[in-house]
Ligand binder design. Structure first.
Ligand SMILES: [Zn+2]
Length: 455
């Protein structure tokens, strides 16, 4: 069945809420635009994606360090990084209804003009004003009400600067040799004028990033940039996303951020068109040079062989965690007919899936079956903690429920499992989500099947 993009998006938003993946933030109070909360299945899915990033980009590599910087940072950091000046969108207001829009989004502007036209009105726009995206707050104790001493701080607009301001601490504590990287995962905040497309453009979101520092040299820069571009592309595919749904695109010169020497995006073919999933940016020595200038602290790296000093260049790999969750869900959604019944399922990669397997007794009113199923459940829990138990309703309904949340395997304990004389004693059926096919395996074989699939 051919599904339009917006219909697919509606189905994912609805499934995400109905099945406990993602809820609108503070929903009982009417919610906040561009803010979402993760439910039990969503938080596992997100955790699995982050863990996969952490393993590949940080933990498995000898040349990368992990860290975790604070969300609150002083205003001076954002002056140095250039965000106070240029991290902004042009904002216009409709004089008729006071609706606010981004002046650089022509489809939004014309849609709004059309909307007024239908009501026999004419939209009129203010001149665009520059609207800074950094979220501001205050820190500090109040001693006397008339003398409130507070200092303005910002919730970080990107997690990158948390690494950059710690560059010297990493040098002094870990004594790394170039090239080396620093990676982290964490929340960032942007005061988006028009948050939209579910998890795609939010006001509070999570990023996963690697800053990879290299010798300041053109040839080395090109080589490392190519390497990380391919590394990031391969990683994104390994989330289980279909190959032809991803592409690499170079930024045009006028599209690049204020710091970038070269920039490419990995884009995903989403219901909204090709959208940015990941960025690979050649930041040069922009960040270290600016922090050196603004803080007065030397950010130079000393070559331990020659004693030569240099400001390293930085190749950045940066992706949105929530976007990866959204694109993974969109890409995995399938509808088909199985045993003459229409079903929907999520073809999630087993290592990403929220639940790895579901264990179930064929009938819930047979104590021996239930007891044996609990035994199998406990054994499989040793392979992975995310092994579910379900004995509700008939077995067909249990399978559908697991299909819909993307559980790759269902294991059923039946009378053959108990059969004292049968050669099937101590075997179970293992059902595959995508095909509905079942096979008969011993309990250790089923455990091994799951262990291999989720690696
Ligand atoms: Zn209006």
């Amino acid at each position: 069945m051919v599904m339009t993009g917006s219909l697919l998006m509606e189905k994912i938003v609805s499934l995400a809420k109905r099945r406990g993946f993602i809820f609108p933030g503070s929903e009982i109070y009417g919610g906040l635009a561009g803010i979402y909360d993760y439910g039990p299945l969503g938080v596992e899915l997100r955790h699995n994606i982050k863990q996969h990033f952490w393993n590949r980009f940080i933990a498995e590599r000898d040349d990368v360090y992990g860290m975790s910087a604070a969300i609150l940072m002083p205003a001076r950091v954002w002056e140095a990084s250039g965000h106070t000046e240029s991290f902004a969108d042009p904002l216009v207001e409709c004089r008729v209804c006071h609706g606010r829009f981004r002046a650089d989004q022509p489809t939004d502007i014309s849609a709004h003009e059309e909307w007024h036209k239908h009501k026999k009105e004419k939209a009129e726009w203010t001149q665009p004003t520059i609207f800074n995206l950094l979220v501001q707050t205050q820190l500090g104790a109040k001693e006397k009400l008339e003398n409130i001493q507070q200092s303005t701080v910002y919730l970080r607009g990107e997690i990158t600067q948390g690494v950059q301001v710690n560059f010297k601490n990493i040098l002094d504590s870990m004594h790394p040799k170039l090239p080396f990287g620093i990676g982290q995962i964490g929340k960032a905040f942007r005061n988006e004028i028009a948050p939209r497309d579910f998890l795609f453009r939010q006001r509070e979101f999570e990023q996963m990033e690697l800053q990879y520092y290299i010798r300041p040299d053109e040839a080395e820069g090109k080589k490392q940039f190519e390497y990380w571009k391919q590394f990031a592309f391969d990683w994104y595919q390994s989330l289980g996303i279909q190959k032809d749904h991803l592409r690499l695109r170079q930024h045009a010169e006028d599209e690049r951020a204020h710091y970038a020497k070269d920039a490419w995006d990995i884009e995903y073919n989403s219901p909204m068109g090709w959208k940015e999933a990941w960025g690979i940016h050649h930041r040069g020595d922009w960040d270290l040079r600016r922090h050196q200038e603004y803080s007065g602290v030397s950010m130079e790296y000393t070559d331990s062989d020659t004693g030569g000093k240099m400001l390293p260049w930085d190749i950045e790999c940066s992706g949105g965690v929530d976007r990866a969750v959204l694109f993974t869900l969109l890409d995995a959604y399938r509808e088909d007919e199985l045993n003459k019944e229409v079903r929907s399922y999520l073809a999630l990669a087993p290592k990403i899936a929220s639940v790895k397997a579901m264990v179930s007794p064929l009938l819930k009113n047979k104590p021996k079956l239930v007891e044996k199923a609990h035994e199998v459940h406990a054994a499989l829990k040793k392979v992975h903690s995310a092994i579910a138990w379900d004995d509700n309703g008939n077995i067909g309904k249990r399978y559908r429920r697991q299909d819909e949340i993307g559980t790759p395997f269902c294991i059923t304990i039946d009378f053959d499992t108990l059969g004292e004389t049968s050669e099937l004693k101590d075997t179970v059926t293992l059902r595959h989500r995508d095909t509905g096919e079942q096979e008969r395996l011993t309990i250790p074989e089923a455990a091994e099947r799951i262990r291999l699939a989720i690696q």
